[in-house]
Design a protein. Structure first.
Length: 305
């Protein structure tokens, strides 16, 4: 799957992943009103509304981008109907030829970690048939529990030819409370980066490992160091746009050939219609605003090469 991601990035010339992170107040009124009219003020209505909202955005941008990244918490808040919407979104994006990165940030050990890996990347054997649960192409993983928490995911990745992105240096302001702490003469994030490189050594695609890393756009100097530590790991870069990361900040995350990183934008794209810059599209044409936001982001990133 890492080979497919790289090829799709080359084909679209857009190292962009759209974060499908819907909140109920992001959903245009006409979509929410229709769902509530049919199913009442229920979780089922909320699930249907966010699914329709997602579908509109995907239909508008799928030809421009290589990948999407649905954040599962935004669906879990609506209970089982929300998870149904998550699964429908994953399946629809794959039908459209998009790589799906499940932003699930799982982190546990042993059989629990294996169960998470099977639920999101692999499958479970039921009688003579192997059945797949959410079936994303990649997921995000928290490394805090060490190799015990990562190995089950790596094992499933090898079997299924899928991938993970390990949290190394996250974009949030308080990330340094733990991630920047020194162990000997190195900050923790560098040590995690070294482990990411090691975990990925024996599960390589053509040019990059199945084991990637999450490194926030808000810390470009750290990104420069980590790019060198993890030369064969693809870097998923959150923090661009709404969180303050700029195109200039992104340069250190890429290799000289313009590959090696994929940049996430969530609110900046899926809520583009709420921005003054795209207000001319109006709420009814929210998806067209999202498409224009992707085009603008693509041009912005291209400007750094």
């Amino acid at each position: 799957m890492i080979n497919q991601l790289v090829e799709k990035i080359k084909k679209t010339q857009a190292p962009i992943v759209v974060g499908l992170d819907p909140m109920i107040n992001y959903v245009p009124k006409h979509i929410l009103d229709k769902a509530v009219g049919e199913q009442g003020e229920t979780l089922e209505a909320a699930g249907e509304a966010i699914w329709e909202y997602n579908k509109g955005i995907v239909d508008a941008v799928y030809d421009l981008i290589p990948a999407v990244k649905p954040q599962i918490a935004m669906y879990e808040q609506f209970g089982i109907p929300g998870l149904v919407a998550f699964k429908k979104t994953v399946d629809y994006c794959k039908e459209k030829g998009l790589v799906v990165i499940g932003d699930v940030k799982r982190g546990d050990i042993g059989s629990t970690s294996t169960a998470y890996a099977n639920g999101h990347l692999g499958g479970v054997q039921i009688g003579n048939k192997k059945c797949y649960g959410f079936d994303e192409d990649f997921v995000t993983v928290n490394p805090y529990l060490g190799t015990d928490g990562i190995k089950p995911f790596v094992d499933v990745c090898k079997e299924e030819k899928k991938g993970i992105f390990v949290l190394v240096k996250t974009s949030n302001p308080s990330s340094g409370e733990f991630q920047d702490q020194k162990i000997g003469d190195k900050p923790l994030y560098e040590i995690v980066g070294e482990h990411v490189a090691k975990w990925g050594e024996d599960c390589m695609g053509d040019s990059y490992s199945y084991v990637g890393a999450v490194v926030g756009a808000t810390y470009p100097e750290m990104g420069k160091v980590l790019r060198k530590i993890m030369p064969k790991s693809y870097i998923l870069v959150p923090g661009y746009g709404a969180q303050g990361g700029t195109a200039k900040d992104l340069k250190p995350y890429f290799n000289e050939d313009g590959l090696g990183a994929i940049v996430n934008s969530s609110r900046g794209i899926i809520c583009a219609y709420k921005q003054e810059k795209y207000s001319e599209f109006g709420e009814e044409n929210y998806a067209d605003a999202s498409r224009q936001a992707v085009i603008d982001m693509k041009e912005d990133i291209a400007s750094i090469f």
